[in-house]
Ligand binder design. Sequence first.
Ligand SMILES: *Cc1c(COP(=O)(O)O)cnc(C)c1O
Length: 336
Amino acid sequence: MIDLRSDTVTRPSRAMLAAMLDAETGDDVWGDDPTVLRLQSTVAERAGKEAGLFFPSGTQSNLAALMAHCARGDEYIVGQLAHTYKYEGGGAAVLGSIQPQPLENAPDGTLPLAKIAAAIKPIDNHFARTRLLALENTIGGKVLPAGYVDEAVQLARSRGLATHLDGARVCNAAVASEKPIAALCAPFDSISICFSKGLGAPVGSVLVGSQALIESAHRWRKVLGGGMRQSGVLAAACLYALDHNVERLAEDHANAAHLANGLAQIEQVKVESQATNMVFAQFPQAHCAPLEASLKERGILTQMLYASRFVTHLDLTRADIDTFVSAVKQYFAQHA
Ligand SMILES: *Cc1c(COP(=O)(O)O)cnc(C)c1O
């Protein structure tokens, strides 16, 4: 199968499974799993932070971070398109009693500084207490401009807010901008990093930040049901991914550029954007469902919408991309 729906669809390789098989384990709820401890300290070091904490999912890692930063009745400023706001079931509000203050994202994924400044509420019993600015990098595949991040974080700090980065794909951002991961994490108080996306692990995210923040998130992880036992088998996959699957993200980015170029040559397709491992393209509405079905018959999985997203990853080769593009070409040749 050629699966372009997401970078979450990768399967653990034999070498990754071998690393999992060999993992030394213990009960991590007791803090006894040496592989989990090694993953947490390794990721903290790579991100330039004091401490790390292993989570079963990025959703839980983000939520525990929000709950560590904000108390009941506090508020976080976030983009309308941000994962922590739009794609996590409203967890901050539902489970954290934290009010989101969503702002419209600019086309490059940023939140305009003037809108952030205007959304920060004065200390007044009428208002929720604005406590946190949450950004996302990459967002829709796009790398946030470094200058923007510095300015936004500076603004947040100057108004007494903490800052969190949903860095699910921060490794893609680091590779694309040819910077160390720590450089992209440096401005933020906390960062959540996913291992089950482009890094190719089956499960897992790591939250990094100060010792104090991670201690608070540790308590919330337990409350949220995220305490795991011999999770060293999972942490071993993440350690393997850190060693083998970070630099190679450049291949995914090159494949996404190749895919965008290929689609751009098809008259009926309008490529909207390509950045890191994602391509967004528009297809004639009437053709979306039949095209998706026709591709599926050829073993190509997509989610064809008027505005479709295609994601490259380590289980896709350059030849797979070519197969996909020529299948789309053939479809439109037959349905002109
Ligand atoms: C995938 C993702 C997450 C976390 O998702 P899980 O499926 O819970 O691991 C968070 N933020 C972004 C931007 C993501 O893409």
